[in-house]
Design a protein. Structure first.
Length: 176
């Protein structure tokens, strides 16, 4: 049986942040030094956006701009997609799949308290990311039937899992 795990249990509690007024070269250097692929942009203690390696490549390098002359605010993705710390990890995976993103800011009362990534989720439920990516790739909705895997309610392997109340369940556990 899959436990109902809140995001706060697996999130990184020390998200690396950047100011929107920092330059892109500083943000890139921080990513390199910390060996991470993104920074949460924080303004006034609240997350306002996210800047990723992809943002730097597509919006700065591919346009042949000078990173030291570009502000993070000019290339960040905003608003930042966030999730509450008490929300379930399965919901975080679903949000990532729906939005086609790999990271979520974790907030309590509007304040940044952490970050959760696909890699964090894969560590505890490798199949969850595969399933949510498959949903997104195929454009499937909650009426999907015939998924193979272990029932998230009872743990039994089934060839006909169905999404029911945010869980992939076997025929015996449907509606329960």
């Amino acid at each position: 049986m899959r436990a109902r795990v809140p995001v706060m249990e697996i999130m990184s509690r020390t998200p690396v942040t950047v100011s929107p007024d920092d330059t892109v070269d500083r943000a890139a250097a921080t990513m390199r030094t910390r060996d991470i692929g993104s920074l949460i942009v924080v303004e006034g203690g609240k997350p306002s956006g996210i800047v990723t390696e992809r943002d730097i490549v597509t919006k700065v390098a591919a346009s042949n701009l000078v990173p030291s002359t570009i502000k993070v605010r000019d290339i960040m993705s905003a608003p930042v997609v966030a999730i509450h710390s008490q929300e379930e990890v399965a919901e975080a995976a679903r949000v990532m799949s729906d939005r086609k993103i790999r990271r979520l800011a974790v907030v309590d009362d509007g304040k940044l308290i952490g970050v959760i990534t696909e890699n964090d989720i894969v560590r505890i439920w490798p199949h969850l990311i595969e399933v949510t990516r498959e949903y997104a790739r195929l454009g499937l909705d909650e009426d999907v039937r015939g998924i193979e895997g272990h029932c998230e309610a009872c743990g039994v392997y089934s060839t006909s899992l169905v999404l029911d109340k945010k869980l992939l369940v076997c025929p015996d556990c449907r509606g329960g």
